[in-house]
Design a protein around this ligand. Sequence first.
Ligand code: KG4
Ligand code: ZN
Length: 337
Amino acid sequence: MILSIESSCDDSSVAITDIATKKLIYHKKISQEAEHACYGGVVPELASRLHAVALPALLKELTPYFNRLKAIAVTNQPGLSVTLLEGIAMAKTLAVLLNIPLIPVHHLKGHIYSLFIEKTSTFPLLTLLISGGHTQVIRAEHFEHMEILATSIDDSVGESFDKCAKMMGMGYPGGPLIEKLALKGDENRFDLPIPLRNSPRIAFSLSGLKNAVRLKVEACGGRESMSEQDKADLCASFQKAVTLHLLQKSKKIFAKEPIKDFAVVGGASANRYIRNAYEVLCKEFGKKLHVAPFEYCSDNAAMIGRYALDAYEKKQFIDPNKIDIVRTKKQQSGMLL
Ligand code: KG4
Ligand code: ZN
Protein backbone atom coordinates (compact mmCIF):
# COMPACT_ATOMS: atom_id res chain seq x y z
CA MET A 1 0.00 0.00 0.00
CA ILE A 2 1.01 3.62 -0.50
CA LEU A 3 0.32 6.35 2.04
CA SER A 4 -0.16 9.72 0.33
CA ILE A 5 -0.15 13.20 1.81
CA GLU A 6 -1.51 16.47 0.40
CA SER A 7 -0.90 19.91 1.95
CA SER A 8 -0.29 22.29 -0.96
CA CYS A 9 -2.90 24.83 0.14
CA ASP A 10 -5.72 24.76 2.69
CA ASP A 11 -6.63 21.07 2.75
CA SER A 12 -4.81 18.57 4.96
CA SER A 13 -5.41 15.15 3.48
CA VAL A 14 -4.11 11.59 3.69
CA ALA A 15 -4.98 8.46 1.75
CA ILE A 16 -4.06 4.78 1.50
CA THR A 17 -4.02 3.20 -1.95
CA ASP A 18 -3.58 -0.49 -2.69
CA ILE A 19 -0.77 -1.19 -5.16
CA ALA A 20 -2.08 -4.50 -6.55
CA THR A 21 -5.72 -3.49 -7.10
CA LYS A 22 -5.15 0.28 -7.61
CA LYS A 23 -8.08 0.79 -5.26
CA LEU A 24 -8.45 3.60 -2.76
CA ILE A 25 -8.61 2.01 0.70
CA TYR A 26 -8.80 5.03 2.96
CA HIS A 27 -9.19 8.75 2.41
CA LYS A 28 -9.71 11.61 4.80
CA LYS A 29 -9.34 15.35 4.61
CA ILE A 30 -9.56 18.25 7.01
CA SER A 31 -10.44 21.46 5.23
CA GLN A 32 -9.43 24.84 6.63
CA GLU A 33 -12.08 26.80 4.72
CA ALA A 34 -13.86 27.97 7.87
CA GLU A 35 -10.64 29.33 9.39
CA HIS A 36 -9.73 31.31 6.26
CA ALA A 37 -13.27 32.50 5.48
CA CYS A 38 -13.03 35.73 7.49
CA TYR A 39 -9.99 36.78 5.42
CA GLY A 40 -11.70 36.04 2.09
CA GLY A 41 -8.76 33.85 1.03
CA VAL A 42 -6.01 31.56 2.28
CA VAL A 43 -3.51 33.06 4.74
CA PRO A 44 -0.34 30.96 4.21
CA GLU A 45 1.07 31.29 7.74
CA LEU A 46 -2.26 30.30 9.29
CA ALA A 47 -2.63 27.44 6.80
CA SER A 48 0.80 26.13 7.74
CA ARG A 49 -0.02 26.15 11.47
CA LEU A 50 -3.32 24.38 10.85
CA HIS A 51 -1.58 21.67 8.80
CA ALA A 52 0.88 21.20 11.67
CA VAL A 53 -2.08 20.23 13.88
CA ALA A 54 -4.25 18.38 11.34
CA LEU A 55 -1.65 16.18 9.62
CA PRO A 56 -0.45 14.34 12.75
CA ALA A 57 -4.10 13.89 13.83
CA LEU A 58 -4.92 12.33 10.45
CA LEU A 59 -1.81 10.18 10.56
CA LYS A 60 -2.74 8.73 13.93
CA GLU A 61 -5.70 6.94 12.34
CA LEU A 62 -3.41 5.28 9.80
CA THR A 63 -1.12 3.40 12.19
CA PRO A 64 -2.92 0.05 11.55
CA TYR A 65 -1.67 0.26 7.93
CA PHE A 66 1.96 1.05 8.76
CA ASN A 67 3.34 -2.50 8.47
CA ARG A 68 1.80 -2.90 4.99
CA LEU A 69 3.19 0.33 3.51
CA LYS A 70 5.56 0.08 0.55
CA ALA A 71 6.03 3.81 -0.09
CA ILE A 72 5.10 7.31 1.06
CA ALA A 73 3.89 9.85 -1.54
CA VAL A 74 3.68 13.57 -0.99
CA THR A 75 2.79 16.68 -3.00
CA ASN A 76 6.02 18.66 -3.35
CA GLN A 77 4.94 21.28 -5.92
CA PRO A 78 3.35 23.60 -6.90
CA GLY A 79 1.66 25.20 -3.91
CA LEU A 80 2.29 27.44 -0.93
CA SER A 81 5.85 26.74 0.21
CA VAL A 82 5.05 26.97 3.93
CA THR A 83 2.19 24.48 3.64
CA LEU A 84 3.98 22.09 1.25
CA LEU A 85 6.80 21.87 3.78
CA GLU A 86 4.42 20.59 6.47
CA GLY A 87 3.41 17.59 4.34
CA ILE A 88 6.97 17.04 3.13
CA ALA A 89 8.35 17.04 6.68
CA MET A 90 5.87 14.37 7.71
CA ALA A 91 6.47 12.30 4.57
CA LYS A 92 10.25 12.43 4.95
CA THR A 93 10.04 11.38 8.58
CA LEU A 94 7.77 8.45 7.76
CA ALA A 95 9.93 7.28 4.84
CA VAL A 96 13.07 7.32 6.97
CA LEU A 97 11.39 5.77 10.00
CA LEU A 98 9.70 2.95 8.06
CA ASN A 99 12.68 2.62 5.69
CA ILE A 100 10.52 2.74 2.54
CA PRO A 101 10.79 4.87 -0.65
CA LEU A 102 9.53 8.44 -0.91
CA ILE A 103 7.59 9.54 -4.02
CA PRO A 104 7.34 13.26 -4.86
CA VAL A 105 4.07 14.16 -6.65
CA HIS A 106 3.35 17.19 -8.82
CA HIS A 107 0.04 18.57 -7.58
CA LEU A 108 -1.34 19.34 -11.07
CA LYS A 109 -0.57 15.83 -12.28
CA GLY A 110 -2.43 14.69 -9.18
CA HIS A 111 -5.49 16.64 -10.34
CA ILE A 112 -5.32 14.85 -13.70
CA TYR A 113 -5.12 11.52 -11.87
CA SER A 114 -8.25 12.42 -9.87
CA LEU A 115 -10.01 11.09 -12.99
CA PHE A 116 -8.55 7.63 -12.45
CA ILE A 117 -9.38 7.05 -8.77
CA GLU A 118 -12.56 5.21 -9.68
CA LYS A 119 -11.92 4.51 -13.38
CA THR A 120 -9.09 3.05 -15.43
CA SER A 121 -6.66 5.58 -16.84
CA THR A 122 -7.12 7.13 -20.29
CA PHE A 123 -4.21 8.45 -22.36
CA PRO A 124 -3.62 10.47 -24.45
CA LEU A 125 -5.81 13.03 -22.79
CA LEU A 126 -6.40 16.70 -23.39
CA THR A 127 -7.10 18.38 -20.05
CA LEU A 128 -8.43 21.71 -18.87
CA LEU A 129 -7.23 22.27 -15.33
CA ILE A 130 -9.20 24.94 -13.46
CA SER A 131 -8.21 25.34 -9.83
CA GLY A 132 -7.53 28.05 -7.29
CA GLY A 133 -3.95 28.42 -8.45
CA HIS A 134 -4.02 27.52 -12.15
CA THR A 135 -5.89 27.63 -15.43
CA GLN A 136 -4.11 25.45 -17.96
CA VAL A 137 -4.72 23.22 -20.92
CA ILE A 138 -2.41 20.23 -20.72
CA ARG A 139 -1.78 17.58 -23.35
CA ALA A 140 -1.10 14.42 -21.34
CA GLU A 141 0.43 11.91 -23.76
CA HIS A 142 1.08 9.45 -20.95
CA PHE A 143 2.19 9.30 -17.33
CA GLU A 144 5.58 10.85 -18.01
CA HIS A 145 4.82 13.29 -20.79
CA MET A 146 2.51 16.18 -19.95
CA GLU A 147 2.81 19.41 -21.91
CA ILE A 148 1.18 22.76 -21.14
CA LEU A 149 -0.57 24.08 -24.27
CA ALA A 150 -2.21 27.17 -22.76
CA THR A 151 -2.05 28.94 -19.44
CA SER A 152 -3.44 31.95 -17.60
CA ILE A 153 -1.65 35.28 -17.82
CA ASP A 154 -3.17 36.54 -14.56
CA ASP A 155 -5.89 35.26 -12.16
CA SER A 156 -6.92 31.61 -12.31
CA VAL A 157 -10.56 30.53 -12.62
CA GLY A 158 -10.97 29.57 -8.94
CA GLU A 159 -9.19 32.72 -7.80
CA SER A 160 -11.49 34.93 -9.88
CA PHE A 161 -14.57 33.25 -8.35
CA ASP A 162 -13.08 33.77 -4.87
CA LYS A 163 -12.25 37.42 -5.48
CA CYS A 164 -15.61 38.29 -7.04
CA ALA A 165 -17.42 36.61 -4.13
CA LYS A 166 -15.30 38.66 -1.75
CA MET A 167 -16.26 41.86 -3.59
CA MET A 168 -19.92 41.02 -3.02
CA GLY A 169 -19.28 40.09 0.64
CA MET A 170 -20.28 36.46 0.07
CA GLY A 171 -17.58 34.49 1.94
CA TYR A 172 -14.90 31.95 1.02
CA PRO A 173 -14.40 29.82 -1.05
CA GLY A 174 -16.32 31.85 -3.60
CA GLY A 175 -16.71 29.19 -6.29
CA PRO A 176 -19.50 27.08 -4.77
CA LEU A 177 -21.21 30.20 -3.32
CA ILE A 178 -21.30 31.98 -6.69
CA GLU A 179 -22.50 28.83 -8.45
CA LYS A 180 -25.35 28.43 -5.95
CA LEU A 181 -26.51 32.05 -6.01
CA ALA A 182 -26.19 32.21 -9.81
CA LEU A 183 -29.00 29.63 -10.05
CA LYS A 184 -31.40 32.36 -8.91
CA GLY A 185 -29.94 35.02 -11.18
CA ASP A 186 -30.38 36.42 -14.68
CA GLU A 187 -27.12 35.75 -16.55
CA ASN A 188 -27.98 38.36 -19.17
CA ARG A 189 -28.61 41.28 -16.83
CA PHE A 190 -25.03 42.56 -16.55
CA ASP A 191 -23.04 43.17 -19.68
CA LEU A 192 -19.57 41.85 -18.89
CA PRO A 193 -16.61 41.55 -21.31
CA ILE A 194 -15.52 38.12 -22.55
CA PRO A 195 -11.75 38.20 -21.94
CA LEU A 196 -9.39 38.10 -24.96
CA ARG A 197 -12.43 37.72 -27.20
CA ASN A 198 -10.83 39.39 -30.19
CA SER A 199 -7.32 38.16 -29.54
CA PRO A 200 -5.92 35.21 -31.49
CA ARG A 201 -3.86 34.38 -28.41
CA ILE A 202 -4.60 30.98 -26.86
CA ALA A 203 -4.32 31.96 -23.21
CA PHE A 204 -6.60 32.72 -20.29
CA SER A 205 -7.06 36.04 -18.54
CA LEU A 206 -9.58 36.94 -15.87
CA SER A 207 -8.26 40.10 -14.20
CA GLY A 208 -10.10 42.38 -16.66
CA LEU A 209 -13.37 40.54 -16.06
CA LYS A 210 -12.79 40.73 -12.31
CA ASN A 211 -12.32 44.49 -12.63
CA ALA A 212 -15.53 44.74 -14.67
CA VAL A 213 -17.36 42.94 -11.83
CA ARG A 214 -15.87 45.45 -9.37
CA LEU A 215 -17.23 48.33 -11.48
CA LYS A 216 -20.70 46.73 -11.55
CA VAL A 217 -20.63 46.38 -7.75
CA GLU A 218 -19.73 50.09 -7.53
CA ALA A 219 -22.46 50.99 -10.03
CA CYS A 220 -24.95 49.20 -7.74
CA GLY A 221 -23.80 51.52 -4.93
CA GLY A 222 -21.36 49.08 -3.30
CA ARG A 223 -21.94 45.60 -1.90
CA GLU A 224 -24.00 46.84 1.09
CA SER A 225 -26.50 48.43 -1.30
CA MET A 226 -26.82 45.33 -3.49
CA SER A 227 -29.98 43.28 -3.10
CA GLU A 228 -29.82 39.46 -3.11
CA GLN A 229 -31.22 39.63 -6.64
CA ASP A 230 -28.50 42.08 -7.75
CA LYS A 231 -25.88 39.68 -6.40
CA ALA A 232 -27.52 36.64 -7.97
CA ASP A 233 -27.68 38.41 -11.35
CA LEU A 234 -24.03 39.49 -11.12
CA CYS A 235 -22.94 35.98 -10.08
CA ALA A 236 -24.80 34.47 -13.04
CA SER A 237 -23.44 37.06 -15.50
CA PHE A 238 -19.88 36.56 -14.21
CA GLN A 239 -20.10 32.75 -14.33
CA LYS A 240 -21.40 32.94 -17.89
CA ALA A 241 -18.57 35.27 -18.98
CA VAL A 242 -15.89 33.01 -17.43
CA THR A 243 -17.43 29.96 -19.12
CA LEU A 244 -17.68 31.65 -22.53
CA HIS A 245 -14.02 32.65 -22.23
CA LEU A 246 -12.97 29.08 -21.41
CA LEU A 247 -15.10 27.68 -24.24
CA GLN A 248 -13.82 30.16 -26.81
CA LYS A 249 -10.17 29.32 -26.14
CA SER A 250 -10.93 25.59 -25.83
CA LYS A 251 -12.53 25.65 -29.29
CA LYS A 252 -9.30 26.99 -30.76
CA ILE A 253 -7.38 24.17 -29.11
CA PHE A 254 -9.95 21.56 -30.19
CA ALA A 255 -9.54 22.70 -33.78
CA LYS A 256 -5.82 21.86 -33.60
CA GLU A 257 -5.73 18.83 -31.28
CA PRO A 258 -7.05 15.52 -32.61
CA ILE A 259 -7.06 13.79 -29.20
CA LYS A 260 -10.57 12.45 -28.62
CA ASP A 261 -10.57 12.34 -24.83
CA PHE A 262 -10.98 15.66 -23.06
CA ALA A 263 -11.13 16.25 -19.32
CA VAL A 264 -11.92 19.11 -16.99
CA VAL A 265 -10.22 18.79 -13.59
CA GLY A 266 -9.38 20.91 -10.51
CA GLY A 267 -11.51 22.57 -7.83
CA ALA A 268 -13.59 24.65 -10.27
CA SER A 269 -14.44 21.54 -12.33
CA ALA A 270 -17.07 20.87 -9.66
CA ASN A 271 -19.05 23.74 -11.21
CA ARG A 272 -22.12 22.26 -12.91
CA TYR A 273 -22.63 25.25 -15.23
CA ILE A 274 -19.08 24.80 -16.57
CA ARG A 275 -19.47 21.01 -16.77
CA ASN A 276 -22.72 21.33 -18.72
CA ALA A 277 -21.18 23.82 -21.15
CA TYR A 278 -18.30 21.42 -21.85
CA GLU A 279 -20.71 18.54 -22.30
CA VAL A 280 -22.29 20.49 -25.17
CA LEU A 281 -18.95 21.62 -26.64
CA CYS A 282 -17.50 18.10 -26.57
CA LYS A 283 -20.56 16.75 -28.36
CA GLU A 284 -20.14 19.41 -31.04
CA PHE A 285 -16.45 18.50 -31.55
CA GLY A 286 -16.89 14.72 -31.25
CA LYS A 287 -14.87 14.50 -28.04
CA LYS A 288 -15.51 12.39 -24.97
CA LEU A 289 -15.74 14.43 -21.78
CA HIS A 290 -14.17 13.13 -18.56
CA VAL A 291 -14.70 14.67 -15.14
CA ALA A 292 -13.77 13.40 -11.68
CA PRO A 293 -16.40 12.54 -9.04
CA PHE A 294 -17.31 15.77 -7.19
CA GLU A 295 -15.51 14.73 -4.00
CA TYR A 296 -12.18 14.46 -5.83
CA CYS A 297 -12.32 17.78 -7.75
CA SER A 298 -10.84 19.89 -4.97
CA ASP A 299 -7.50 19.10 -3.34
CA ASN A 300 -7.21 15.63 -1.83
CA ALA A 301 -4.65 12.94 -1.10
CA ALA A 302 -6.58 10.25 -3.02
CA MET A 303 -5.49 11.76 -6.35
CA ILE A 304 -1.90 12.04 -5.08
CA GLY A 305 -2.01 8.35 -4.11
CA ARG A 306 -3.43 7.37 -7.50
CA TYR A 307 -0.62 9.16 -9.31
CA ALA A 308 1.89 7.60 -6.91
CA LEU A 309 0.81 4.10 -8.05
CA ASP A 310 2.18 4.80 -11.54
CA ALA A 311 5.27 6.50 -10.08
CA TYR A 312 5.86 3.44 -7.86
CA GLU A 313 5.71 1.15 -10.88
CA LYS A 314 8.35 3.30 -12.59
CA LYS A 315 10.39 3.50 -9.35
CA GLN A 316 10.30 7.30 -9.36
CA PHE A 317 11.63 7.65 -5.85
CA ILE A 318 13.55 10.49 -4.27
CA ASP A 319 16.16 10.62 -1.54
CA PRO A 320 14.38 12.10 1.54
CA ASN A 321 17.30 14.52 1.88
CA LYS A 322 16.84 15.78 -1.66
CA ILE A 323 13.08 16.33 -1.86
CA ASP A 324 12.45 19.99 -2.54
CA ILE A 325 9.75 22.43 -3.57
CA VAL A 326 11.87 24.17 -6.20
CA ARG A 327 10.72 24.23 -9.84
CA THR A 328 12.95 22.63 -12.42
CA LYS A 329 14.04 24.29 -15.67
CA LYS A 330 11.95 21.85 -17.69
CA GLN A 331 8.76 22.91 -15.96
CA GLN A 332 9.41 26.51 -16.82
CA SER A 333 9.77 25.42 -20.44
CA GLY A 334 6.22 24.09 -20.55
CA MET A 335 6.44 20.50 -19.33
CA LEU A 336 4.83 19.23 -16.16
CA LEU A 337 7.51 17.12 -14.60
O1 KG4 B 1 -8.14 22.48 -6.89
P1 KG4 B 1 -8.44 23.29 -5.69
O2 KG4 B 1 -9.09 22.61 -4.51
O3 KG4 B 1 -7.15 23.99 -5.13
C1 KG4 B 1 -6.08 24.40 -5.92
O4 KG4 B 1 -5.31 23.52 -6.37
O5 KG4 B 1 -5.98 25.62 -6.13
O6 KG4 B 1 -9.36 24.51 -6.16
C2 KG4 B 1 -9.91 25.41 -5.27
C3 KG4 B 1 -10.65 26.46 -6.07
C4 KG4 B 1 -11.17 27.61 -5.22
O7 KG4 B 1 -10.76 28.82 -5.80
C5 KG4 B 1 -12.68 27.45 -5.29
O8 KG4 B 1 -13.41 28.65 -5.24
C6 KG4 B 1 -12.85 26.77 -6.65
O9 KG4 B 1 -11.79 25.86 -6.72
N1 KG4 B 1 -14.14 26.08 -6.73
C7 KG4 B 1 -15.10 26.42 -7.60
C8 KG4 B 1 -16.21 25.59 -7.31
N2 KG4 B 1 -15.86 24.74 -6.29
C9 KG4 B 1 -14.57 25.07 -5.96
N3 KG4 B 1 -15.13 27.36 -8.56
C10 KG4 B 1 -16.28 27.49 -9.26
N4 KG4 B 1 -17.38 26.74 -9.04
C11 KG4 B 1 -17.39 25.77 -8.09
N5 KG4 B 1 -18.47 25.04 -7.86
ZN1 ZN C 1 -5.38 21.73 -6.41
